[in-house]
Design a protein around this ligand. Structure first.
Ligand code: GRF
Length: 212
């Protein structure tokens, strides 16, 4: 069975969705860069080993990433999952885990990389927004896409209401992506593209606002 390590910085709702998804892998540890991350307690309550590597204890990103990598590698994971991990990682760290490091981002990438994605989508008047699970590359929020979910943006949405709608989909697509990776049904190929041996499921179009 594959082993995964989950990295968090805060609330941990995506981590919780993974822990509750009955995945075909062992969650070896949850690691946070913040000791006060709420998700740590959720993991502990579920009997998952936790650790903190505080970025404040290190002089620079390179030193922090080296300490983080050492903590991760002690668990010999097949997959490292960024679930609301709010630190920018160095290229050296990312390249160490090529094809084994994934992230969830609250927008339909390549639209809205970075922060404040929901407010930016609202300000632009976009009608469809969503979330993305992707392999991590040194180019922030631009790695090869594994799965996306789209939601409608409604007339009275606030950043909060839109974020809640997107988060509900994050909790569905993240476990799906991890399940595929753990079963070797999806991988990063030699050319840096996402490959899969699954039959393609076309899904349905989302038109927003809906047609009459
Ligand atoms: C999620 O919206 C995720 O997409 C983003 O950070 C947020 C983390 O939320 N990367 P949680 O800690 O998983 O509840």
């Amino acid at each position: 069975m594959k082993r995964i390590v989950i990295l968090i910085s805060g609330r941990g709702s995506n981590m919780q969705a993974l822990l509750e998804a009955n995945l075909p892998c062992q969650v070896a540890a949850v690691i946070s860069n913040r000791a006060d991350a709420q998700g740590l307690e959720i993991a502990r309550m579920r009997g998952v080993e936790t650790a903190v590597v505080s970025h404040k204890d290190y002089a620079d990103r390179v030193a922090f990433d080296a300490a983080l990598a050492a903590k991760i590698d002690a668990h010999q994971p097949d997959l490292i999952v960024l679930a609301g991990f709010m630190r920018i990682l160095t290229a050296g760290f990312v390249e160490r885990y090529t094809g084994r490091l994934i992230n969830i981002h609250p927008s339909l990438l390549p639209a809205y990389p970075g922060i404040d994605t929901h407010q930016r989508a609202l300000t632009d008047g976009t009608r469809i927004h969503g979330c993305t699970v992707h392999f991590v590359t040194p180019d922030l929020d631009h790695g090869p896409i594994i799965i996306q979910a789209a939601v409608p943006v409604l007339r009275d949405d606030t950043a909060q209401s839109l974020s809640a709608r997107v988060l509900g989909e994050e909790h569905r697509i993240f476990p799906q992506a991890v399940r595929w990776l753990c079963r070797n049904q999806v991988w990063l190929d030699q050319t840096g593209r996402v490959a899969s041996d699954r039959l393609e499921q076309p899904g349905a179009a989302l038109i927003s606002p809906g047609l009459e």
